[in-house]
Design a protein around this ligand. Structure first.
Ligand code: AHM
Ligand code: MG
Length: 336
């Protein structure tokens, strides 16, 4: 499609020719874009509008919420619930499914989101983002239950994220490649800036929180040790390392210049009863769909993320994603 076309034009054109397309999906993406623009506006203004700092609450996972976590969640609800495009919404920041008020018309999609990922970065003015995953709702459902949301990642009809960095960039896949849209703040539209994004295959850059090294499992330790050994080691090349602590920024870097991102399970997490840090439904599944659509791979080390059968809406999983050959290498170490 023509570079510079608006997100709305892009989705309208994509839907053309799809049998039975009613415009609901275009409307839904527009709702999400509206929420992202409003979040971007607050992230940009920061202290000027008093949105930085902690809220006086914890989320269901016992994590201290930031004011902007809570506000972003409200902005997602506000943008999505009134327009008849969704039947329900699940979010990292809410204990249970958000049920639409009775008077709201229902639509045929379900949305799962992490309204503001990487929120430990908000107060220090480093990139954060919104991640979303879109599923088909069961026909005619008015008040969906968790079971309606617990579908494997392969069932996603679309996934994306919006990165609030120096530029605000919305990245989208509807299952036929990955496109990027940059927000033109002057007139408030997301404009297509890159299409058919492909993750470079050759890479020498890894991202992992090295402070957890003493807790890692042997396959992860082995892979990173090989990277650190550099030119002199068996990989025969020097690796660079990055850790932004914002998964959205990390995935965006990988889409742009390749690399591997890992938040593996480890002994410390499992002692706390957690299989990983990142959430399957709000983070791992949508990012895995985007990465695979850009030619990369995403596994837990043992299984393709998109094929996991979810057990629980806030479930956590180990995540290894990025350039295909690197992900396959670490995954193969888990099998040995
Ligand atoms: P959040 O959703 O509570 O912000 O947590 C998810 C974030 C990811 O964006 C990032 O990859 C990871 O947590 C960083 O974790 P750590 O602080 O352990 O390095
Ligand atoms: Mg979050």
């Amino acid at each position: 499609m023509r570079i510079g076309t608006t997100l709305t034009n892009y989705t309208i054109n994509k839907q053309k020719g799809i049998q039975g397309a009613s415009g609901t999906f275009t409307g839904l993406l527009n709702d999400i874009a509206v929420a992202c623009k409003r979040i971007a506006d607050l992230v940009n203004k920061g202290d000027l509008v008093g949105v930085l700092g902690a809220a006086e609450s914890e989320n269901v996972q016992g994590e201290q919420q930031k004011k902007l976590d809570v506000i972003s969640n409200e902005l997602m609800i506000e943008a999505l619930q009134h327009n008849g495009h969704i039947a329900g919404l699940a979010s990292e920041e809410m204990d249970d499914i958000h049920q639409l008020p009775d008077h709201c018309q229902r639509g045929n999609y379900l949305v799962l989101c992490d309204p503001l990922d990487g929120s430990s970065n908000i107060d220090v003015n480093v990139s954060v983002g919104t991640i979303f995953s879109i599923l088909k709702a069961p026909d005619g459902v008015r008040n969906p239950t968790q079971a309606d949301f617990l579908k494997p990642g392969t069932a996603q009809v679309a996934a994306g994220y919006c990165l609030y960095g120096p530029a605000t960039i919305l990245v989208l896949t509807t299952g036929d490649g990955v496109s990027m849209f940059t927000l033109n703040r002057d007139f408030g539209e997301f404009l297509l800036t890159r299409e058919n994004v492909r993750i470079p295959e050759e890479t020498a850059e890894f991202a992992i929180n090295m402070s957890n090294r003493r807790h890692w499992e042997p396959p992860v330790e082995r892979y990173i040790a090989e990277c650190l050994a550099g030119k002199e080691g068996q990989r025969g090349k020097d690796f660079n390392m990055r850790w932004v602590a914002s998964m959205v920024a990390e995935v965006h870097r990988i889409l742009t210049r390749g690399g591997i991102f890992m938040y593996p399970g480890d002994a410390k997490l499992s002692a706390a009863g957690k299989a990983g840090k990142l959430r399957l439904m709000y983070e791992a599944n949508p990012m895995a769909m985007i990465v695979e659509q850009a030619g990369g791979a995403a596994t837990t080390g043992r299984q393709r993320i998109l094929e996991l059968e979810p057990q629980e809406i806030h479930q956590r999983v180990p995540v290894i994603l990025g350039s295909r050959a690197e992900v396959e290498r670490v995954t193969s170490y888990h099998g040995e």
